[in-house]
Write a protein that binds this ligand. Structure first.
Ligand code: AMP
Ligand code: MG
Length: 521
């Protein structure tokens, strides 16, 4: 094995760790992490890898093809410098404080520093038991691992802040899962994804020591996070440093959620343990993509009752989550009214990002004013007429604003009767929109360009991911590779690949994996 990976494991070097090693399940107090090794698997086999993510680490195709690669990223072997551990964190789940959670099946391998001096943490998801596994098995099934691998990289290419995915390794072992929670578990193939991010610290890492009154530990974590992950604030005087940092967390979270709304992404489990302190999309579980526009849609069957994490509610949930983080930070802040100002700053940032994104989606010159109703009316119509969000916005770029008509948009509609009931209202809207575009007199080519850069042609639609999963489970990873390749250039039309940009087929409307997902993964 000859790798160029260099490690500098600051999290475990600079922060207090657990006295006990190994996976015995326990409450871990006074410590932010526990040493634990990945549990070796029967037959690690590389199913897919991301060249773009590998290049961040200075790895290439030759590395990915070498036998050590599947061994290391399947959890069977360590590279010198790796010091595996699981992080200790808590969280609010579905609005309730859940106490200690921690990395129950994720194991951090270490922090690599690349030739450009960038720090990238490597984390295996599904690598076996940890002290935080709480009665579960520490493993992940192939279907959920494919979904995480695929979407992480797709989000990156879409320009949405996200954790990355280096590799997808089949373990050669079965994992028992009750996918439908109907008391009929079955064995599914297991897999491990190696995730990559500058930091995997979550809101919940701060909440747990705060809830336990471990103020000194909390303070250490805050100062460490600023020093390692937000060095731009390190030189500020101590009084302003922490608040400047929290303000930045609010901003990044706002920008991330505004991107989700732009591309039609529903996270599905926005618990505070699933929100990254860096404002990266993290923990791809029962997430989904909007096909027919519906702000009330949630892909997560566990959330079907309350729909707390529905598409149109995500900005408010992020605010609620930031408020939980702010509460946790109170003991280490001098000025708590400043925390409230930051939360208000989040609202303003989100609105500004949304107004700018909406102007780009519509190809308008200036950000929409907050009280502008143009987009809100369109969303209402798209919902009522059951129009596909991605197709509608993409095709709107082709509208002739001197002769507005529904013709270029016909392929966006799922239900002919809902399309025709709303036809008149849609045309009225198009006429008002076209008048607005004419008034602004933006060069037509500039307008098209702006719209195509904000409205993807290809997104990892739920049914496309499910088709790639079905094939991979049957032994053929070709469709997964092709889908990954399409999603490398989501904003460019790719001749011959029109089928990836079409409406969700009827068979997928109510099929598990395509419209409904459980947390069982
Ligand atoms: P999630 O909602 O998927 O982010 O998971 C919530 C908590 O459950 C986290 O602490 C996870 O590490 C843990 N968890 C989920 N699945 C498993 C599993 N199969 N084995 C151990 N822990 C798990
Ligand atoms: Mg999680």
């Amino acid at each position: 094995m000859n790798t160029t990976l260099l490690f500098d494991n600051r999290f475990i070097t600079e922060l207090p760790g657990d006295q006990e090693e190994g996976p015995r399940v326990r409450q871990v107090r006074g410590a932010l992490w526990s040493r634990v090794l990945p549990t070796p698997v029967a037959a690690p086999r590389l199913l897919a890898w991301s060249p773009e993510c590998a290049s961040l680490l200075g790895l290439n195709a030759e590395d990915a093809g070498a036998a050590w690669f599947a061994d290391v990223f399947g959890g069977n072997r360590l590279i010198p410098g790796m010091q595996p551990y699981a992080a200790n964190y808590g969280g609010h789940q579905f609005g309730n404080w859940a106490g200690q959670l921690g990395d129950g099946r994720a194991i951090l391998l270490g922090e690599t520093v690349n030739a450009r001096g960038e720090r990238w943490e490597l984390q295996l998801k599904g690598a076996g038991l940890t002290p935080y596994s709480r009665g579960a098995d520490g493993r992940a099934v192939l279907r959920s691992s494919i979904r995480e691998f695929l979407c992480s990289e797709a989000m990156h290419h879409l320009g949405v802040p996200t954790t990355r995915a280096l590799s997808l390794v089949a373990t050669g072992e079965g994992v028992m899962r009750d996918m439908f929670y109907d008391g009929r578990p079955r064995e599914e193939p297991g897999a491990i994804v190696c995730r990559v991010a500058p930091s995997f610290i979550r809101f919940g890492n701060f909440e747990l020591p705060a809830a336990r009154g471990e103020v000194e530990l909390l303070q250490k974590l805050v100062d460490f996070t600023i020093a390692r992950d937000f060095p731009q604030f390190s030189s500020l005087p101590e009084t302003g440093r922490r608040i400047a940092w929290f303000r930045e967390v609010c901003e990044r979270t706002a920008i991330m959620v505004a991107h989700w709304m732009r591309v039609g992404f529903v996270h599905g489990v926005m618990n505070t343990d699933n929100l990254s302190i860096l404002g990266l999309t993290i923990d791809y579980g029962p997430y989904g993509w909007i096909d027919n526009f519906d702000p009330d849609w949630t892909p997560n069957t566990t959330d079907a009752g309350g729909r707390r994490y529905r598409f149109g509610h995500q900005a408010r949930i992020a605010h609620w989550n930031l408020a939980q983080l702010a509460n946790a930070l109170v003991p280490v802040m001098q000025d708590t009214t400043a925390l409230e100002e930051c939360l208000e700053h989040y609202v303003q940032c989100f609105l500004a990002a949304e107004c700018a994104n909406n102007a780009a989606k519509l190809g308008l010159r200036h950000a929409l004013a907050a009280q502008d109703t143009l987009m809100r009316e369109l969303f209402g119509l798209l919902h009522a007429a059951e129009a596909d969000m991605t197709i509608f916005f993409r095709r709107l770029a082709g509208l002739d604003v001197n002769a507005p008509s529904l013709d270029p948009l016909e392929s966006a509609f799922y239900d002919p009767s809902k399309r025709s009931t709303n036809g008149r209202a849609l045309l009225d809207w198009l006429e008002r929109y076209a008048a607005r575009v004419r008034e602004e007199a933006l060069d037509p080519a500039d307008r098209t360009h702006k719209m195509q850069a904000a409205n993807p042609c290809y997104v990892p639609r739920n049914y496309l991911a499910q088709q790639a999963i079905d094939s991979a489970e049957a032994g053929d990873t070709g469709p997964l590779h092709e889908l990954m390749d399409v999603l490398r250039n989501p904003y460019s039309e790719q001749p011959g690949r029109e089928s990836f940009a079409g409406r969700r087929p009827d068979w997928a409307r109510n099929r598990a994996g395509c419209s409904m997902l459980s947390c069982s993964s």
